[in-house]
Ligand binder design. Structure first.
Ligand SMILES: Cc1cc2nc3c(=O)[nH]c(=O)nc-3n(C[C@H](O)[C@H](O)[C@H](O)COP(=O)(O)OP(=O)(O)OC[C@H]3O[C@@H](n4cnc5c(N)ncnc54)[C@H](O)[C@@H]3O)c2cc1C
Length: 304
């Protein structure tokens, strides 16, 4: 353990019951890929105050840290992470103010969609089944089936570790693009987000959500661990089609395999390492470059 993480571990051990502290925690337990070596320190704050305090303490001790949502868009390295992973998972409150739904960063998108449905509020159906947290979805501008987070977000509440300030960010200041936002280019942390929804018919909302869930089950290899689509969609091309036409479906390196069901996914067929996944990513990129002169860009975040 290096000196800064040692200081953070001391701080964490003394910080009380609002913070769960797990040293050397395997990241394979906390990621949808089921891949990743140990994080030197894995912290699970139970309240927003504890979340901020943990980030502040990491910043002040000079410890590298990584804020983890639901771990569904990340590939942690086999070598692990020599800093602190701070998980938002326990921050899951959802509240309503008329047709404005506010959720804490760790709330799962699917539970937020269900809460909106139960309140007969429409707008978030597209997000049902995206296996991320609200924080991760706001950062990634998650989207599916014709909708994106930027279409429904009203504002997010951010914490800036450098200034120590908590402040709202209106939609217009998110610099949203395809799977891109201001959060990806700053150290700001999402604490919560508010979505402007519209009164709707509960049965219709439920039917749309069920239809979307059915399409996911039919198209995506949900029976195996993965991190979703591996590559961003390049202008004018479909990744799955190029990978399939290149004969790469089922191509395997170690435990990592190009899904037979959806060529845009790499799945963990058992015992896959980050090395296997990265080697397969390189191979796909090389073949697609050769066949189509298209440069594929990874959507999954490699954390090392
Ligand atoms: C089977 C499957 C299907 C998927 N389908 C889709 C889909 O249809 N559309 C889509 O867009 N994505 C999809 N994904 C990818 C993924 O679910 C989304 O990108 C999701 O938004 C990631 O959220 P997360 O909470 O899991 O983020 P994580 O993977 O935990 O983190 C992603 C990034 O966000 C950062 N982050 C997380 N929380 C915070 C926070 N509170 N503050 C600041 N930074 C934070 C992390 O540091 C990291 O950089 C799919 C993934 C899987 C496994």
């Amino acid at each position: 353990m290096n000196e800064s993480i040692g200081k953070l571990a001391e701080w964490a051990a003394a910080s009380g019951e609002d913070l769960t502290v797990l040293p050397d925690e395997p990241m394979s337990r906390h990621t949808s890929f089921r891949i990743g070596g140990p994080a030197a320190l894995y912290l699970v704050p139970r309240t927003r105050e504890a979340f901020i305090a943990a980030i502040r303490a990491a910043h002040e001790t000079g410890t590298r840290f990584f804020v983890l949502g639901n771990g569904s868009n990340v590939l942690f390295d086999d070598a692990g992470y020599d800093g602190a992973v701070i998980a938002s998972s326990a921050l899951d409150a959802v509240t309503f103010d008329g047709d404005l739904l506010t959720a804490e960063a760790g709330a799962s998108l699917s539970s937020v969609c269900k809460a909106a449905r139960d309140a007969s509020l429409a707008g978030l159906e597209f997000a049902y089944g995206i296996p991320g947290s609200v924080g991760g979805a706001v950062v990634m501008n998650a989207g599916a089936y014709g909708g994106e987070i930027k279409d429904v977000l009203e504002e997010s509440v951010a914490f800036d570790p450098a200034s120590g300030e908590v402040f709202p960010i209106p939609l217009a200041d998110h610099a949203y693009g395809y799977r891109d936002s201001v959060y990806k280019h700053t150290d700001r942390i999402v604490l919560a987000a508010s979505f402007r929804l519209a009164a709707g018919d509960r049965e219709e909302i439920a039917a749309k959500m069920n239809e979307i869930a059915g399409r996911r089950v039919a198209k995506q290899p949900l029976e195996y661990p993965s991190a979703g689509s591996v590559f961003k969609r390049p202008e004018g091309h479909f990744v799955g089609q190029m990978v399939e036409e290149s004969g790469l479906k089922g191509c395997r390196i170690g435990g990592a395999e190009v899904s037979v069901k959806h060529a845009g996914f790499i799945v963990n067929r058992g015992g896959a390492t980050s090395r296997d996944v990265l080697a397969l990513v390189d191979h796909i990129r090389e073949v697609v470059r050769k066949n189509y002169a298209v440069e594929l860009e990874c959507e999954i975040i490699h954390v090392k």
